[in-house]
Design a protein around this ligand. Structure first.
Ligand code: IPM
Ligand code: MG
Length: 361
């Protein structure tokens, strides 16, 4: 079958890691006889440099006309260190999320047995941790109005805003995911302080009754930040608002041993976007040292969205194999590091071999 995939490599290490993801997708199309048609488009600082706009209309058109978007990373230190910049690369990512209606960001966190010793947490704490964070992605303080400065410039404000409808749709999606997993949902908020969180809790307490086979519990975000690293194994599905989800998922990534391992899927109204959760890592850009695994696992999530589940599994198994062989980039193997390209090529090769093994058996 033929699929159109938009490629948005973005900034920093984005282009290098997307290249490896494409290599692996091409290995899949070779051995499973699919046709992936890739269309590249600009986003982030790369798009500002070329057009002045971090999410140009042409890029949006490419995304809307594709079956999936494969996204690298966004961000550039020249903007990070200039709080007065009028246009910022991150605005491109936020506009893309809003315009594609991507209200849910799904971030699975699971450990690889041969890597748990890399986690800064004790091995017995992290071994077997397997949960997924559902982050609300198009509301909250990231998008609330008013946001800005007072006339004299001496006061700044952001608004956290949520409607019942926004809360309902993300909770329903989280319950549906929990129903397919271990049937436990943790709703994370700050209902002891914030009005928006109290609305989240009110809506959740109502919806909870529609999902009586799912065990729901509620946790304040500060407590959740503590429990996630103290008892990561107790979580199954976590659902939370935009900024809490941003912070908790970076925290959760240390459980696995490297931020370079975590993929994500953003889904909603229009085309879904698949991207690693790490950023543009500008210090590593162009050095061929960044870990491509989070991106390659995002490609596996992309295939699952097409219902190509055996193909996705072939990628996940190949990733497990490079991890078991310690064939890894410097973040995970500083003694004998492999390059970004070497790891991508190896995973693509293993994907091809896995299919020939299937035919042989
Ligand atoms: C993420 C990133 C983005 C976010 C930034 C780059 C705007 O941290 O996807 O988690 O805060 O959502
Ligand atoms: Mg983040």
């Amino acid at each position: 079958m033929k699929y159109n995939i938009a490629l948005l490599p973005g900034d920093g290490i984005g282009p290098e890691i997307i290249e490896q993801g494409v290599k692996v997708l091409n290995a899949i199309s070779d051995v499973y006889s699919h046709q992936f048609e890739f269309t590249s488009a600009l986003v982030g600082a790369a798009a500002i440099d070329a057009t002045g706009d971090p999410y140009p209309d042409d890029t949006h058109k490419v995304c809307m006309n594709s079956d999936a978007v494969f996204f690298g990373a966004i961000g550039d230190p020249k903007y990070d260190n200039n709080p007065k910049a009028k246009v910022r690369p991150e605005q491109g990512l936020l506009r893309m999320r809003k315009k594609l209606g991507l209200y849910a960001n799904i971030r699975p966190v699971n450990t690889f047995p041969s890597l748990t010793f890399k986690s800064p947490l004790r091995q017995d704490i992290v071994e077997g941790a397997d949960f997924v964070v559902i982050r609300e992605l198009t509301g909250g303080i990231y998008f609330g109005e008013p946001s800005g400065r007072s006339e004299d410039g001496r006061t700044a404000f952001d608004s956290c805003v949520y409607t019942v409808e926004e809360i309902e749709r993300i909770l329903k999606l989280a319950y549906d995911i929990a129903a397919k997993r271990n049937k436990r949902l943790t709703v994370v908020d700050k209902a002891n302080v914030l009005s928006t969180s109290r609305l989240w809790r009110e809506v959740a307490q109502r919806i909870e009754n529609e999902y009586s086979d799912i065990e729901t519990d509620y946790m304040f975000v500060d407590n959740a930040a503590m429990q996630l690293i103290q008892w990561p194994k107790k979580f199954d599905v976590v659902v939370t608002e935009n900024m809490f989800g941003d912070i908790l998922t970076d925290e959760a990534s240390v459980i696995t041993g490297s931020l370079g391992l975590l993929p994500s899927a953003s889904v909603g109204v229009h085309t879904s976007v698949f991207e690693p959760i790490h950023g543009s890592y500008p210090e590593a850009a162009g050095k061929n040292i960044a870990n491509p695994i989070a991106t390659i696992l995002s490609a596996a999530l992309l295939l699952k969205s097409f219902d190509l589940n055996s193909e996705a599994l072939a990628i996940e198994n190949a990733v497990k194999e490079v991890i078991d062989q310690n064939y890894l980039t410097t973040d995970l193997n500083s003694d004998d590091p492999k390059t970004t390209e070497e790891v991508g090529t190896k995973i693509a090769k293993l994907v091809k071999e896995s299919k020939s093994i299937q035919y042989a058996s």
